[in-house]
Ligand binder design. Structure first.
Ligand code: GAR
Length: 215
């Protein structure tokens, strides 16, 4: 069974979705540890309650990004993960860190990448007036919120939406697509071809999820 380490900075609801999928028998992985860069991350408590090893590494205690990333990698590698899962880990990662985990570092981002990388994605989507918005799970490359797309979920943007309503609609989908992406990795169904993800089709599944409101 593959070993995963999850990195969080806050609430940890995507981490919780991964734990729930594992507990339901839908995610055949060993969650070796949950690591946060913030001591007060709510998700650390949730992970502890689930019996998972937790660590925190305060980025403010390090001289710079490289020093923090090196210490973080050392902590992560102590658990020998096959996959490192960024679940609301709100740090820009150094190139050396990303290269070290090439092909085994996943992120979830609350937009349909390559649209709206960075912060405040829902507010920006509302300002642009897009009709479809969503979320993306991708392999991480050194460019922020960029890299081969594994799965995306799309939701409608409704006239009455504010940032919170849109975020909530998308979070429901995040909690579906992240366990799905990690499951595909665990089943060795993902391969990279010319910088794009191919999903082996021996079993059912596809890298797109359209929310029922759109159909
Ligand atoms: C999620 O919406 C995730 O997509 C986003 O942070 C939130 C974390 O929530 N990640 C990013 O914006 C990364 N660029 P959670 O802590 O409840 O999983």
């Amino acid at each position: 069974m593959k070993n995963i380490v999850i990195l969080i900075s806050g609430r940890g609801s995507n981490m919780e979705a991964l734990i729930a999928a594992r507990d339901a028998g839908n995610l055949p992985v060993n969650i070796a540890a949950v690591i946060s860069n913030r001591p007060d991350a709510q998700g650390l408590e949730t992970a502890k309650k689930a019996g998972i090893a937790t660590h925190y590494l305060d980025h403010k205690a390090f001289a710079g990004r490289e020093a923090f990333d090196a210490a973080l990698a050392e902590c992560i590698d102590g658990f020998a993960p096959d996959l490192v899962v960024l679940a609301g880990f709100m740090r820009i990662l150094s190139e050396g860190f990303v290269r070290h985990y090439e092909g085994r570092l996943m992120n979830i981002h609350p937009s349909l990448l390559p649209s709206f990388p960075g912060l405040h994605t829902h507010q920006r989507a509302l300002e642009e007036g897009v009709r479809i918005h969503g979320c993306t799970v991708h392999f991480v490359t050194p460019t922020l919120d960029h890299g081969p797309v594994i799965i995306q979920a799309a939701v409608p943007v409704l006239d009455a939406d504010d940032e919170d309503a849109l975020a909530a609609r998308i979070l429901v989908q995040e909690h579906k697509i992240y366990p799905q992406a990690v499951r595909w990795f665990a089943e060795d169904r993902l391969r990279l071809e010319n910088g794009r993800v191919r999903l082996s089709t021996a079993l059912a599944g596809s890298g797109v999820l359209i929310s029922p409101e759109i159909r």
